[in-house]
Structure formats: C-alpha cells, structure tokens
Ligand binder design. Structure first.
Ligand SMILES: [Mn+2]
Length: 302
C-alpha cells in the first residue's frame, strides 16, 4: 500500500509534465495466492508425468529397503539406501527428511532421529519420498525386520491395510474429502474392538472418536510441489469433492506406544502406517506408488 501511494503521488506529479507517459496505478489489490493454490491443486499432464516418476522411483526405493533390511542394521543405514536409490535414479533430492523408525520408534509420528539399531522382532516404518523435477512423492511402508510378522503385528497390519484399501476406493470424482477418513475410521474402530484393544459399544466408540488414541492423524493431504501441498480442503464450509487431476495421499495408521495403559502387553510397541499417492482420474483413481509392495505375501521373506 505504501509503494502504491508513492507511485500514485509520483505519477500524479509527472502527469502534469508528460501526460502521455503516465502508467495507470492499480487501485485494487488482490491476493494472488489463492488463485495460484487452486491452479496447483489441479495437475496438468506434464505435472502428472513428473509425479508418476517421483512416485515410481520412491516406490522402488522402498522395495529395495524391504529386501535388504536385517536386524542389527542401523536405521540410518536404511535411510542412506533410500536416499541413494532416489538420487541414482533421477531424483535430485528428497521431498522431506526420511523417517526410518524401528520398534517402538514407529509410534512416534515425526521420528527423524533414525539412530537406533534394528532389533530382531521389530517392525520398521519407513516414511520417505524423492522429489523429481520439483514434484514430491510421499510413501510409507511398514514391514518386519526379520522378514516375518509376529501374530500381533500381522493382525494390526491386516487391519491398517484393509482400512487403506477401502479408503483408496473412496477416492473418485464426486466423493467428498472426508469420505476417506470416515470410511477408514469405521474400519479401524471396528477392528480394534474385535481385537479387544478398544472395549465397549461400536456406535459409542465412533461417537466419542475412540480411535484417536491409536490413530491420531487425518487420512492424508494434497501432494504436489510441496509434500503437504497447497489447496483448500473445504469450499464454502463443505468438504471438497474430488475432481480429476488432484493428487493426494491416503495414509491410515495404528500406533500402540509402549507407554499405553490398560492394554494387553502383546500389542505394545506396534506402529504401522501404509501411505500411497493417488491421482484422481475421471472414473476413480490411479495409485502412483503401486510399485511399493504392501500385501503381506509380497513383503514377507522366507
Ligand atoms: Mn504423508
């Protein structure tokens, strides 16, 4: 505003001497950021190609870690392999600091220390993505360090995977943003009740949002040049409907921290998240990160 006033004053003065040389000084200011954010929310074909490539490279990096991880390794060794794979295959850098969390560390949402030794019956949660031509991938996989899930790890994993697949099914034109979380919360709450981790009446547990003790974040976020990309989630107070060209993550999780009270100790220290990157298409969605295995049969080793 100050510079506009200066310009207005100067031009006014100058216009008396040389009227023909005077430019118009804007009289209305509009914040361009919402317009840019809205443009960034819808990816054009070139952007989609970059995002597909970022997700493919990152997915294959996750696959490599799954194959190479062993008890006794340090979390940061896996981080090094992930980062190296991305840079060897066309990414100039990472989209964000990689999270490599073994055992109970996987229950800390933004664990980035990555400095612990991986133990035999640990799960490893890796949340990492490369950046390709300025476009981000954001993928999470969780798997057993020694190649085999314990019974309890498998039960929680199957539940998170079931929720994630149902959440992914909700991503199609016409559905609203919140349909993903609502669907996943229902499945996770029902599953935790069946496993005896939550107790009580299902309707009551849904009403009181009892899942929040173990699943305390949202279903995902827009993805693009930023990992948590720009774009409104609500329009005029209503959850946004999906439209072709949008890219988002779907990332349910269940985290049972060691310090949890009033719970069978066999569940403690299990933290699982499964996260994929989705492009909304005209009739559904395309999972850009599908090259990262997530079915139990694919990730267990003999
Ligand atoms: Mn994410």
């Amino acid at each position: 505003m100050k510079w506009l006033n200066v310009a207005r004053h100067n031009f006014h003065f100058k216009s008396r001497l040389e009227p023909q040389s005077v430019l118009q000084v804007p009289s209305i200011l509009i914040d361009i950021l919402p317009l840019i954010s809205e443009a960034r929310l819808f990816k054009c074909p070139v952007e989609i190609e970059y995002m597909r490539r970022a997700a493919q490279i990152s997915a294959l990096a996750h696959k490599r870690l799954m194959e190479q991880c062993r008890p006794g390794q340090m979390e940061y060794q896996l981080e090094a392999w992930f980062n190296a794979y991305c840079l060897e295959n066309g990414c100039r850098g990472l989209a964000y600091n990689s999270i490599v969390a073994s055992g109970n560390n996987s229950c800390t949402l933004h664990y980035v220390a990555n400095d612990q030794a991986i133990k035999n019956n640990d799960l490893i949660l890796v949340d990492a993505g490369g950046e390709y031509n300025y476009y981000a991938a954001d993928i999470t996989r969780t798997y057993p360090a020694n190649g085999k899930f314990t019974k309890e790890q498998r039960q929680i994993y199957e539940l998170v995977l079931r929720a994630q697949l149902a959440g992914i099914d909700q991503v199609k034109p016409g559905n609203r943003w919140n349909s993903v979380q609502d669907t996943m919360v229902k499945i996770i709450t029902t599953g935790l009740l069946e496993l005896g981790i939550l107790k009580g009446d299902l309707q009551q547990l849904l009403t009181t949002k009892a899942h929040r003790q173990f699943y305390m974040h949202s279903s995902g976020h827009w993805l693009g040049m930023d990992v948590h990309d720009v774009g409104d989630y609500k329009v005029d107070g209503n959850w946004r409907t999906f439209e072709p060209g949008m890219v988002l993550t779907v990332e349910p999780g269940i985290y049972i921290h060691n310090s949890t009270k009033n719970i069978d100790s066999k569940w403690l220290g299990i933290g699982i998240r499964i996260e994929d990157d989705l492009l909304v298409t005209s009739n559904g969605n395309e999972v850009l990160s599908s090259l990262a295995p997530k079915q139990i049969a694919e990730i267990e080793r003999g």
